[in-house]
Design a binder for this molecule. Sequence first.
Ligand code: SF4
Ligand code: SF4
Length: 176
Amino acid sequence: MAKIKKKIKTIKVNADKCNGCRTCEVMCSAFHATPKYSSNNPARSRIQIITDRLADIWLPVFAGEYTASECTGRNKYVIDGKEYAECDSCRASCPSRDLFKEPDSGLPLKCDMCDGEEEPICVKWCLVDALSYEVREEEREEEPKLGEMEIGLQALADRHGMQKILDTIVRLSKKG
Ligand code: SF4
Ligand code: SF4
């Protein structure tokens, strides 16, 4: 496979600085609204703040890959004396929780690093610098990349079966 130079975009999370203001959730959902900034709904955000007030836990987590099945095992972390629940640090949109799913359709959400912007919107609006952005170049083997539509179709096919999706597309195309 051919080697390519790939830009690796990283958002560094300093959880100690996060105060749980949730501005990042509001701004992410507004940026991804259609048209842009026409509405906001933090449930549509691709960053979520995992919160346990009594344990003083505020953990920003970004939506990662969609997975059709939940984990066979789970992990608990204790960091600086704080115990994090089993799914707290997981980025996946998966069947075991409602996180990172579009609330109306149930389709998976994934952080796209605000592609095309100089700096991710959540980083820009985190006024206490709990989030910071870095870009570096690495040499990697080229790999096929799934787009947002393919990931959504894959999720629908896993839930309803490919034949039902095809039948629906045929039926809808006849209406149009
Ligand atoms: S904007 Fe920053 S401080 Fe506020 S919740 Fe998000 S990460 Fe935490
Ligand atoms: S980088 Fe962009 S898409 Fe990802 S969580 Fe932040 S605002 Fe949302």
